[in-house]
Design a protein around this ligand. Structure first.
Ligand code: MG
Length: 701
């Protein structure tokens, strides 16, 4: 079923032209977001649009520190991460601001996927197929979402590298010459360096080549050479050693055309042994278990049981078929056609079998969550392109054939274009929030700690250049515990825990004891955190000597996630089964005044005459009613009325158009008192920076 297209383009100039055209198309689609949001002033910092992925600030911090030539011990700055290294290097040679660089890198690098796609087509003598696949593959939902402008993360090359691997393998399989072995090791070694989790995928490629050999031509030693060069690329060794090894073995093959079978298999066994010694299949098994069985990682230290963060990860979850199909091909119909085309293409072009691991990984999304769909985008784009060419090859008139290809490719691209136009991701922070962090950076020293929820860890470290307790990569139950405790406990406890957790974290780096809560309890000879707090109140000199300043970062955006924050410390560490009832919190911006009542959504309303709350069928007394708002002089004013000794507290944040209903637990929390009311205990805290979006306090104990 090989395609019989007349005049299939294969000359280098045309191929180059097609690559450039596809690349420009991919880039152009990635400027749509920039065009649409460039009128929003709050998305700018340093005269450039900000990035729209939280994790990006992690790599940006690393790149910034590499460029500065220094960073602080144990500040978690990723100065050895490939993305940080690449960014710092590019920043030296490309004359744009750092902000512009990290904004545009995903678009420029993510679009590189068109190169191996067009080349795969060419290697199979079907450049048109490669070109159509490049157009679709570069803009399909899930690929676009994770390589769009501003999505500064390792994703920008996470698919480009494996598609290059596929290309190098197809070249080798089709030509079966020794010189095509080197690109295999190069592309795999690069991918392994960029993304060590690629270990499983690359190992699967090894497996499939062995299978390919056994089922097609088991006597052909060239297939085993390919497997050998894949294995060299995977080895957990420095990249230059792998390349040296590959070159040496290549030279051996090259200068010794009459191969000695025994020698080859000895080499093979040696490299296989290295594979098992340096890593083996353990990492793969570990990953599979994590993804497929959602193994709950226990994070216990000693007898303490912390809240498991894995339960709150949003991405892991079952997804409906249409979402799955759209994320891979842009539309369910395109996806179904792509699947059919893919199967036919594999039959027609057997080397395409090696794309199976990518497809399998993409289809894992059905059970492991939508982040995986991205892997199936490129093979399915090839499948669709193949089917399209197969159907249109019977059209005799050349011009009609081209028009038909054009129309159907356009039809497949259109839903993706619509998606891109509607996908208006906001920046991580607004410029107002960033300006506060920038000011904080000028006040705080690099060794100081800023305590907040983990969601804000990376941006805080990037904009303020300080240390944090938790961040997007460090947020297991045991490290989230103190952060949660500080934000949700009354100020006295919060202040003690802030000092304790910072000093114990720093000490933990030195003496390698990272279980800081267990260490605190041990040293203060307390049975529980409550006991420890009582001891400290009786004798505050038990508190560790401050080695640095500590700041509390309280943003408005934390309001909505306060109940989640609370989960991590509102629990009995010694008896995990002893489920404490979670305190009451309700916040809303949906407010409707009906005259007699104020409707707050979810069946909750305020009965004005009775001064009570109606929740479903229940009536609950209002303990206190607080109206908080900024006056014309921009100072905060609080009006309060008290109705009952029991019940819930109602806070009307007039300047924000928000109602917050809380029980006494939340009412007395450091966050509500210090963010909403600006009520701070001057013996414990000192306000440093304040605006309606952010309040920052300095710890005085
Ligand atoms: Mg630093």
């Amino acid at each position: 079923m090989k395609l019989q297209l007349p005049n299939e383009v294969t000359n280098t100039k045309t191929v180059l032209l097609l690559i450039v055209a596809a690349y420009i198309f991919s880039l152009a689609m990635r400027t749509i977001w920039v065009m649409e949001v460039q009128a929003i002033p709050s998305f700018y910092w340093n005269h450039a649009l900000m990035i729209n992925t939280n994790d990006g600030y992690f790599f940006a911090e690393g790149a910034r520190d590499i460029l500065n030539g220094s960073h602080q011990a144990n500040d978690l700055s990723p100065i050895n991460e490939p993305l940080s290294l690449l960014t710092a290097w590019l920043s030296k040679i490309i004359p744009v601001s750092f902000e512009t660089l990290i904004l545009t890198m995903p678009a420029f690098l993510g679009s590189l996927i068109v190169i191996p796609l067009v080349l795969i087509g060419r290697a199979l003598n079907q450049t048109t197929m490669g070109f159509i696949a490049a157009l679709i593959g570069s803009v399909a939902y899930s690929y676009y979402n994770r390589t769009m402008s501003g999505y500064y993360d390792t994703d920008m090359l996470n698919i480009v590298f494996p598609v290059f691997e596929i290309y190098s393998l197809i070249l080798a399989l089709t030509h079966q010459r020794n010189r095509y072995l080197i690109p295999i090791t190069v592309s795999i070694a690069l991918y392994q360096w960029w993304y060590p989790q690629a270990y499983s995928l690359d190992s699967a490629l090894f497996g499939i080549i062995i299978g390919y050999a056994l089922f097609s031509d088991r006597k052909n030693i060239y297939f085993y050479k390919i497997a050998l060069f894949i294995l060299i690329g995977i080895l957990s060794l420095p990249i230059w050693i792998k390349l040296l090894l590959a070159l040496t073995i290549f030279a051996l093959f090259h200068f010794q055309p009459k191969q000695n079978q025994k020698q080859f298999w000895a080499l093979f066994a040696g490299v296989a042994l290295l594979y098992f010694v340096t890593g083996g299949i353990d990492p793969i098994w570990g990953q599979l278990k994590g993804y497929l069985f959602r193994e709950t990682l226990s994070n216990e230290d000693g007898a303490l049981h912390f809240y498991n963060v894995a339960q709150t990860v949003r991405e892991a979850g079952h997804i409906p078929f249409t979402v799955f199909a759209e994320r891979i091909s842009g539309h369910t119909i395109t996806f179904v056609l792509a699947c059919i085309g893919y199967l036919l293409a594999i039959i027609a072009y057997r080397p395409l079998i090696i794309t199976l691991p990518l497809v399998a990984l993409g289809f894992i999304a059905m059970s492991a969550g939508l982040r995986f769909t991205i892997y199936a985008v490129a093979p399915m784009a090839l499948g669709f392109a193949y089917l399209l060419l197969l159907i249109t090859q019977t059209i005799e008139k050349r011009w009609l054939q081209i028009v038909t290809l054009f129309v159907f490719t356009g039809a497949a691209l259109y839903p993706n274009y619509l998606h891109i136009k509607e996908y208006m991701t906001p920046t991580v922070f607004t410029s107002q929030e960033v300006s506060m962090l920038d000011k904080l950076g000028k006040i705080a020293s690099r060794e100081d700690y800023v305590i907040s929820w983990w969601d804000y860890g990376y941006p805080i470290r990037y904009y303020s250049d300080v240390k944090t307790l938790v961040d997007g990569g460090k947020h297991s139950g045991d490290v989230n515990y103190p952060a949660s405790y500080i934000l949700t406990q009354p100020q006295q406890n919060a202040a003690f825990m802030a000092r304790l957790s910072v000093e114990y974290t720093e000490r933990g780096w030195e003496n390698n004891k990272s279980a800081i809560i267990a260490e605190m309890l041990k040293e203060s000879k307390a049975d529980s955190v409550d006991d420890m707090m009582v001891n400290l109140q009786l004798n505050p000199t038990l508190l560790p000597k401050p080695t640095r300043d500590v700041y509390l970062y309280l943003p408005l955006r934390m309001m909505d996630i306060l109940p989640t924050v609370t989960l991590f410390s509102h629990l009995d560490l010694k008896n995990p089964d002893n489920k404490e009832e979670q305190p009451f919190f309700y916040a809303t911006q949906q407010i409707q005044d009906t005259g007699k009542t104020i409707e707050l959504g979810n069946g909750i309303s305020i009965l004005k005459e009775k001064s009570t709350l109606k929740m479903g069928n229940q009536e609950v007394p209002i303990k206190g009613f607080y109206q908080v708002g900024y006056n014309k002089e921009n100072t905060l004013e609080v009006n309060e009325q008290h109705f009952s000794s029991e019940g819930l507290n109602v806070i009307y944040m007039a300047s924000y158009g928000r109602f917050v209903i809380v029980d006494d637990f939340y009412f007395n929390s450091a966050y509500i008192q210090m963010f909403v009311f600006d009520h701070y205990d001057p013996k414990l805290f000192e306000p440093v920076l304040s605006d309606p979006m952010t309040k920052i306090y300095k710890l005085k104990v």
